[in-house]
Design a protein around this ligand. Structure first.
Ligand SMILES: [Zn+2]
Ligand SMILES: [Zn+2]
Length: 76
């Protein structure tokens, strides 16, 4: 039986996520998110959706991407 690498739970429903060629075992998506979800480069929150990618940096939202890249928001 495999063990969740975050909380150590052994459960037959544990699942494996392959990311960048590495296998990770988790018991819940919460644990998987804690380990694998990318962080917004501005506010540090976990990016669980598509996020906003700008100049190969990842942000949780358009507003974070603007603050970090100091691009002026569109006028008006
Ligand atoms: Zn777990
Ligand atoms: Zn953010």
């Amino acid at each position: 039986m495999t063990q969740c690498e975050i909380c150590g739970t052994e459960n037959e429903k544990n699942f494996t996520v392959i990311m960048n060629g590495e296998n990770h075992v988790f018991d819940t998506f919460m644990c998987a998110i804690q380990e694998l979800a990318p962080l917004c480069e501005h506010c540090g929150c976990k990016v669980l959706g598509h996020g906003v990618e700008r100049s190969s940096h990842l942000f949780c939202s358009d507003s974070c991407s603007r603050k970090e890249t100091s691009e002026a928001p569109p006028e008006g």
